[in-house]
Design a protein around this ligand. Structure first.
Ligand SMILES: [Zn+2]
Length: 613
């Protein structure tokens, strides 16, 4: 293998050279935490350089990070810790729970704490990697952390953003699954919790495996005169599908690399895990017969429970970006509801916010649910919208080889021959394993080889990772910039009569979104007297502190209507601003007032003390 010829593209891969031999043969006996421990032990033995790199720093003193690399969960946590150490005034680091295998679930809060703590500012929640192999989601989230922290004080846009807003970033939603996908090339969907995919009474007993020990789980091609695959006469690495049997040449049947561990006649039909944590959230959750992978009950997984508890505890979260891979588009709401039942004003708003993604990346935004009854049940963004009134997004980063492979003949299409030429000439051929003879215990003489699909399709090769992650950062920042933002005038104090004063403030929303974020946010319980309480998003509260003064008229704690913001879409919040007045009477010689306006989603504004005389 040669180094890549493209200048400035380091040959950085999390695991250099052959990967450690997969441990699939021991799955049957070592399911559970033992398995992950084995992974780590094997990694340490085979790759001292990788493990020792955790002792040296991954973030340079000037904040530089190699973004053309996929990082393990431990390395990602280390990056968060190092950024926290570099920017203690801009970050808080939280361990919000533990994964199934006992790994920390780390979340970093980012804001300029000198202008207020994160929980008093509108915040965007960003995560990645809920689906194990979707490593680019984690890479984008980690890159976002670096982009924000390196940009503070250097980039006026980022500086203004962190002075007024906050981010909560959880790059590794699913550290167990992500590491198994990254380190062992397993293709599990999500969590490593054992699951009986084929309902034979045993869980995870027949995963694919790395039979030839090259570190990759690829394909087997088995000579078969009736097989539908034919070797391309111009390049016999390429298999052409020919069900009509019209082409000449060696014919094959193909299967994923592995053996029939449980001798049931089916190959690789019950691999690691099987649950889908993005079907495990409480809103519109359904059981297995309607939603495969849903789990035994909503939030049955420690990783999803930690996410729900975090969002519940941080009412200042105004939006959710759940980073997935791949496809090169963004899934928008609705996700688990009939499109016809989705509130039209909120849909207009969502379409508007999505337009900026298409404008800035050239990629589409498409609905997650298009069917009146068949949905993706129990998704994070559905729960976020219906239960918290916030808009969530599922970007499917990385469109596939057309993003990095040269269209040599300029016909607008990337064919497999062009992928080979690019991989051979620019990447030293390292993302394709040549077909190599192997004596298979069940099929006899086969060949093992093919594309390294996890880094050539599902994710980009690491050489092109930063190109992919950096193009996402603008829109994520834009989403945070659209939040509601509370502002308040200084209290005006006027004398009504001797010893009696009137105090007045005007609270406004200077942001784009309303303080309810959506029309969904103002839905509440309608009382017999026509009032509404228990709203999905609580209305703003204005509180008067009044030492030395008694309130004659008005409430010290006044709930005001949701404030609209500059968006033209929503109807539920009517007014941009609201004036609150109190009448107070002197009760002591030392007298002052102070006002605080607090919106769950729009942040907190406080006046100074105003002496009343
Ligand atoms: Zn996904």
């Amino acid at each position: 293998m040669t180094e890549p010829t493209r200048s400035g593209r380091p040959a950085v891969h999390p695991v250099r050279g052959p990967r450690p031999r997969a441990l699939c043969r021991s799955y049957g006996a070592s399911r559970g935490s033992v398995h992950v421990l084995l992974v780590i032990a094997t990694l340490s033995a085979a790759y001292p350089s990788l493990v020792s790199s955790q002792a040296s720093s991954l973030v340079s003193p000037d904040g530089a990070v190699d973004w053309n690399r996929f990082y393990t969960a431990a390395e990602t946590d280390q990056i968060l810790r190092e950024f926290h150490a570099l920017h203690p005034g801009l970050t808080e680091l939280y361990r919000i729970g533990e994964s199934l295998r006992g790994r920390p679930l780390m979340t970093i809060a980012i804001t300029n704490e000198a202008t207020g703590p994160a929980h008093e500012k509108p915040a965007l929640y960003v995560d990645g990697g809920i689906h194990a192999g979707e490593l680019t989601g984690s890479a984008v989230a980690t890159h976002l952390v670096g982009h924000l922290l390196n940009g503070y004080g250097a980039d006026p846009r980022i500086t203004a953003l962190l002075d007024t807003r906050a981010f909560y970033v959880r790059p590794k939603f699913n550290p167990d699954g992500s590491d198994l996908a990254l380190i062992e090339d397993q293709s599990l969907r999500s969590t490593t919790r054992p699951f009986d995919d084929d309902e034979d009474g045993t869980a995870d007993e027949d995963p694919p495996e790395d039979l030839d020990g090259d570190g990759w789980i690829t394909r087997m091609r088995i000579p078969d005169p009736r097989g539908v695959w034919v070797a391309d006469p111009t390049d016999d690495r390429i298999l052409v599908r020919d069900p009509e049997m019209s082409m000449a040449g060696p014919r094959y049947t193909t299967m994923s690399e592995g053996i029939d561990n449980d001798v049931d006649g089916a190959l690789n039909e019950d691999g690691v895990g099987g649950l889908d944590m993005n079907r495990n959230f409480p809103r519109n959750w359904e059981r297995e017969h309607l939603q495969p992978g849903a789990g035994d009950y909503p939030l049955s997984e420690p990783e999803t429970r930690a996410a729900a508890e975090f969002v519940n505890a941080h009412r200042n979260i105004v939006g959710i970006v759940a980073g997935h891979t791949s496809g090169g588009f963004v899934y928008r709401l609705p996700s688990a509801s009939a499109p016809s039942l989705f509130p039209p004003n909120d849909l207009e708003l969502i379409l508007h916010l999505g337009e900026e993604y298409t404008r800035s990346t050239g990629r589409p935004v498409v609905p997650s649910s298009t069917h009146p009854t068949e949905h993706r049940y129990g998704t994070l963004i559905s729960w976020g919208y219906w239960d918290h009134g916030v808009i969530g997004w599922v970007p499917e980063f990385s469109p596939g080889p057309e993003a990095w492979v040269t269209d040599y003949d300029g016909d607008g299409e990337i064919v497999e021959a062009e992928q080979h030429r690019f991989n051979d000439e620019e990447l030293g051929g390292r993302y394709f394993s040549d077909w190599t003879p192997f004596e298979h215990p069940e099929f006899g003489a086969v060949e093992i080889g093919g594309w390294h699909a996890k880094f050539w399709g599902q994710n980009p090769p690491p050489e092109f990772l930063e190109e992919e992650t950096s193009r996402q950062l603008h829109w994520i920042a834009y989403l945070a910039e659209q939040s509601p933002l509370i502002a308040m005038s200084e209290p005006q104090v006027s004398t009504v009569e001797d010893g009696v004063f009137r105090v007045e403030v005007t609270v406004s929303n200077t942001g784009f979104l309303p303080t309810s974020v959506t029309d969904r946010g103002v839905v509440g319980r309608e009382r017999p007297d026509g009032s509404v309480d228990r709203r999905v998003v609580r209305a703003p509260v204005v509180t008067l502190s009044h030492p030395g003064l008694d309130i004659v008229e008005g409430e010290a704690r006044t709930v005001i209507p949701h404030l609209r913001g500059s968006n033209p879409f929503l109807r539920a919040a009517i007014s941009d601003s609201h004036t609150v007045t109190w009448t107070v009477r002197a009760a002591a010689a030392e007298r002052a007032v102070r006002v605080e306006a607090a919106s769950d989603k729009g942040g907190v504004a406080r006046s100074g003390w105003v002496v009343v005389r």
